[in-house]
Design a protein around this ligand. Structure first.
Ligand code: ADP
Ligand code: MG
Length: 567
């Protein structure tokens, strides 16, 4: 047995621990949900490994979670017979935070309890939440498949260090023993624990057991030792997505979301469906309320949790949704895939393609419905995820029009920089004779809103979309038309206003072009190396001159991106 060793927490863990204990004080009971959630994940992982490794479950095939307490000793124990951890696992998982964006996240914390608790919730507290109620935590764990004397004990008071030592443990899996703080004694209570389990963890698909509480009985004189403890199941213990929608409360959906997403803010919306026929599967898809910190990070956790016939197969199965919907969390449970399915097989399976198409449609429909019926909520959604949705038209040609309907823009009609105009509403305001959707792209909203290119449009009262997000030129290079109307960049090439110009405008332009021929030539000679052409324009009413990009040249933003990439 390896001897006891003391180690320090990673700096980020120390910071998180302090902040968490302070800011989650009013919501302490969530520690139990987090520990049960981990126990359930551990069971999922074991079941999956056992598919490929005969005998891994040994003589203990029924996976469950047992919660016990001792009022006198002031302890609570959460035990599972899941995958367990070895020494390296323990040090890696219970001593560091591996999540991307951790430093960013810690920087955003302000010390304001309310704000911080929201941020921490979004980040996910996980295992460390044990220290909200405990001043000492002991973890005893034995990895599935290893010998009884190769188990590990981890102990910490949460202040900066932990110890690890080798021990012997009879059963596979993990037991977490919380030594409660004086002011958290109330949690060492059967009714309290049962209530918390039903409130937060009812959806957990395996049984959560507690020792049956004795009602006062006749034969009270019987000595206690005679009765072996009798365990009873406290939760519903059925995979939530297999139950029928009408039997599931909003609260249950919300708690389930928190379990699978490791987020603990309520989701914004969800869609739960059972598909029968050629392909059979259940899906439960959630739109989070807040964008994660790492939405633009390559390593972001994306994709759905994949189950096959109720058996957990993998996390982050990103074959079931396109990249621009990477913020969606959820579960897909297929009856058609094999239990031995791997990522490589998923990538080639045509059944997966049709599921992806159907799930994509579900999400877009859910968004369309929200945009129609709950405008305010949709505005919230757009603030969080609009930028990512703008990647849609480039990635998903089949749904280009559907995604276009969901886009929101700032425009010369909306007051301020908020992106709140749909293309449909733009169309409804088009002027008589207008056959194009006009837009301008610039580095910032202000640069777009104050561009001299807008002058003639203001004069004629024609609306122009004001685009200033990094992704906008990319988006517009893939959006050619909407509802049969072409998009036109007003800073590009010759500005042809079509029927919006009357004959008089055209004649005036021709005349002044003739008049200014000499001037044009002189400017052209002076700028010979800088510009390709100099033209008379009716674009401007107040400014004397402006720069225009050629019809087929790269836009200014795109050029900057390419330059930055060293091209
Ligand atoms: P998360 O669940 O988001 O990964 P946690 O902080 O809750 O983060 O847990 C950290 C890690 O510790 C888990 O990913 C897992 O590897 C390990 N872990 C925690 N609890 C258990 C457990 N009961 N059994 C096995 N591994 C566990
Ligand atoms: Mg967890």
């Amino acid at each position: 047995e390896a001897k006891k060793e003391t180690m320090g927490f990673q700096t980020e863990v120390k910071q998180l621990l302090q902040l968490m204990i302070h800011s989650l004080y009013s919501n302490r009971e969530i520690f139990l949900r987090e520990l049960i959630s981990n126990a359930s994940d551990a069971a999922d992982k074991l079941r999956f490994e056992a598919l490929h490794k005969d005998g891994l479950l040994e003589s203990d095939p029924n996976l469950d979670i047992r919660i016990d307490f001792d009022k006198e000793a002031k302890t609570i124990t959460i035990a599972d017979n899941g995958i367990g951890m070895n020494r390296d696992d323990v040090i890696a998982h219970l001593g560091t935070i591996a999540k991307s964006g951790t430093a960013d996240f810690l920087q955003q914390l302000t010390g304001d309890q309310k704000k911080d608790s929201q941020l921490i919730g979004q980040f996910g507290v996980g295992f460390y939440s044990a220290f909200i109620v405990a001043d000492k935590v002991t973890v005893e764990t034995r990895k599935a498949g290893v010998a009884a004397d190769e188990a590990v004990r981890w102990v910490s008071d949460g202040s900066g260090e932990f110890t690890v030592e080798g021990i012997s443990k009879e059963k596979r899996g993990t037991a977490i023993i919380l030594h409660l703080k004086d002011d958290a004694e109330e949690f060492a209570d059967g009714w309290r624990l049962r209530n918390i389990i039903r409130k937060y963890s009812d959806h957990i698909s395996m049984p959560i057991l507690m020792i049956k509480q004795d009602m006062p009985t006749e034969d009270e004189d019987k000595p206690e030792e005679d009765k072996a403890p009798e365990w009873e199941t406290v939760n519903t213990a059925k995979a939530l997505w297999t139950r029928s929608r009408s039997d599931i409360s909003d609260e249950e959906y919300k708690e389930f979301y928190k379990h699978i997403s490791h987020d603990f803010t309520d989701p914004m919306k969800w869609s739960h469906n059972r598909v029968e026929g050629k392909l059979e599967y259940n899906s439960l898809l959630f739109i989070p309320a807040k964008a994660p910190f790492d939405l633009y990070n390559r390593d972001m956790q994306k994709g759905l949790k994949l189950y096959v016939q109720r058996v957990f197969i993998m996390d982050q199965a990103d074959e079931f949704l396109p990249m621009y919907l990477r913020f969606i969390k959820g579960v897909v449970d297929s009856n058609d895939l094999s239990l031995n399915v791997s990522r490589e097989i998923l990538q080639k399976d045509p059944a997966v393609d049709s599921m992806k198409a159907a799930l994509t449609k579900r999400v877009l429909d859910m968004l369309e419905k929200m945009a129609k019926k709950e405008e305010e909520q949709y505005a919230e959604f757009w603030k969080e995820f609009g930028q990512v949705l703008k990647e849609g038209p480039a990635e998903d040609h089949a749904n280009r029009e559907k995604v276009a309907k969901l886009l929101r823009f700032a425009s010369t009609e909306s007051k301020g920089s908020e992106q709140n105009q749909s293309l449909e509403s733009y169309l409804s305001r088009m002027k008589e004779g207008q056959d194009k959707i006009y837009y301008i792209t610039a580095e910032t909203f202000n640069a777009a809103a104050n561009s001299p290119h807008l002058e003639v449009f203001k004069k004629k009262g024609i609306e122009v979309l004001l685009l200033s997000d990094r992704v906008d030129e990319w988006l517009m290079s893939h959006l050619n038309e909407f509802d049969g109307k072409q998009f036109a960049d007003i800073a590009r090439g010759d500005l042809d206003l079509g029927q919006l110009d009357d004959d008089e405008d055209k004649k005036a332009l021709e005349e002044s072009a003739k008049e200014k021929e000499d001037l044009l030539k002189r400017i052209k000679d002076a700028l010979v190396d800088q510009v390709e052409e100099v033209r008379v324009t009716h674009r401007l009413t107040d400014s004397p001159a402006c720069l225009v990009v050629g019809d087929h040249d790269m836009g200014a933003q795109m050029r900057k991106i390419m330059e930055a990439a060293g091209q």
